[in-house]
Design a protein around this ligand. Structure first.
Ligand code: ADP
Ligand code: MG
Length: 359
């Protein structure tokens, strides 16, 4: 509490804050199978089907920096971030609404670019633009997207379904988007100092692409279906696996072991980690925005995914509630604290424009 008796938002952190704001709300409709607390809400429709609904808000200078993010990429990524939450429920996205607030410094051509990216994502993922809202903003560009998906009820995967001895898997590779972010931030500073220098990003094309143009891993759902594996729990990796594994363990009332030597990390991510003198494990554990999937499967299904190149087993589920250990190459264990981003700091609150810091 401060002197006036008010609690700064930074004292709670994002998850406790959401809990405090929402805990008094009741469900008035039995068709709502899941409200707050997963990647998306789940609402029963007809014939054993459910709709899943997820929403996200992106604010200029908090979530994106227009000095190096092209508007077309921003539009594409804003859609992907939402589709990824639907996919993390094992559901098929079918529609989005897009609401934007923009200042008058944006010409019509800038919005054309933003919507070209949104359009490309809709085409790529077979998703309808259902509607939205447009308004002016005095604080820069604001984009809010809601994504809708549909699936058979029995296919939906919640964060709460992991069982003891299940295997923890991830798709793709980890930490690349964070590596790309560090490179783009560094080049931006160089450019501000010496605008005549053109950045050469050719050595960093993969990680910069991971940051600017992520994909929602619908293809992994198809692969899992093909090999006959239904995940027991699933999340998308927006904040880094250290935080995401806690989401699964909290809700599934279990623990986990994650093995350092199993983490899939691209060689370009490794070389950026070396350049910045940061451990590659830190990139893989805490780097956000990869939008890969993390899921648990029964041990008995191991042989079905063993040879799938895009899926890597990184650990297993244990019985001990909320104890998440990271096992290093020498066999020693580190207690993996929930490193969910402390999105709010008092300094940022004073500045007033940086309420949420994803990276
Ligand atoms: P994600 O990272 O997957 O987008 P969040 O961490 O933003 O999810 O949100 C966690 C849960 O809290 C979700 O179920 C979300 O719908 C809910 N939530 C977040 N902010 C609010 C809010 N202001 N009011 C009500 N529910 C919220
Ligand atoms: Mg999510």
């Amino acid at each position: 509490m401060d002197q006036a008796g008010y609690t700064p938002v930074s004292a709670l952190g994002e998850f406790r804050l959401i809990d405090r704001m929402t805990s008094k709300f009741s469900s008035y409709h039995e068709q709502v199978l899941k409200g707050i607390g997963d990647d998306a809400a789940v609402v029963k429709t007809a014939d054993g089907m459910v709709d899943v609904i997820s929403t996200d808000l992106l604010i200029e200078k908090v979530h994106f920096d227009l000095s190096y993010v092209p508007l077309k990429h921003l539009g594409y990524k804003a859609v992907i971030v939402n589709l990824s939450d639907v996919v993390a429920m094992n559901a098929q996205p079918y529609g989005i609404t897009v609401s934007i607030g923009m200042s008058n410094r944006f010409p019509v051509e800038a919005l054309d670019e933003l919507y070209a990216g949104i359009h490309q994502a809709c085409k790529q993922y077979n998703v309808n633009l259902l509607g939205g809202d447009t308004t002016s903003s005095k604080v820069g560009l604001v984009i809010s997207i809601t994504a809708l998906g549909r699936e058979k009820e029995e296919k939906i995967t919640y964060r709460s379904g992991a069982q003891k001895n299940d295997l923890v898997c991830v798709s793709g590779d980890l930490g690349g988007a964070y590596a790309g972010y560090l490179i783009l931030e560094r080049e931006k500073r160089v450019f501000l100092d010496k605008p005549e220098l053109q950045p050469d990003l050719s050595d960093y094309d993969y990680v910069v692409g991971r940051q600017l143009k992520p994909e929602a891993r619908i293809d992994i759902l198809q692969t899992l279906e093909k090999v006959g594996v239904q995940p027991t729990a699933m999340v998308d990796i927006s904040d880094g696996i250290a935080s995401e594994i806690h989401h699964i363990c909290n809700q599934s009332k279990c623990g986990a072991k994650i093995y350092s030597n199993k983490l899939p990390i691209d060689f370009q991510t490794v070389s950026v980690a070396e350049e910045f003198k940061i451990s590659q494990n830190t990139f893989a554990l805490n780097g956000g925005e990869d939008y890969e999937l993390m899921f648990t499967i029964p041990l008995a299904d191991f042989s079905k995914i063993q040879r799938v190149p895009e899926i890597q087993v990184i650990g297993s589920i244990t019985e001990e509630k909320n104890s998440v250990f990271f096992i290093l190459d020498d066999g020693s264990q580190i207690d993996l604290e929930a490193q969910g981003f402390q999105h709010f700091s008092s300094e940022e609150l004073i500045e007033g424009n940086q309420l949420e810091q994803e990276m």
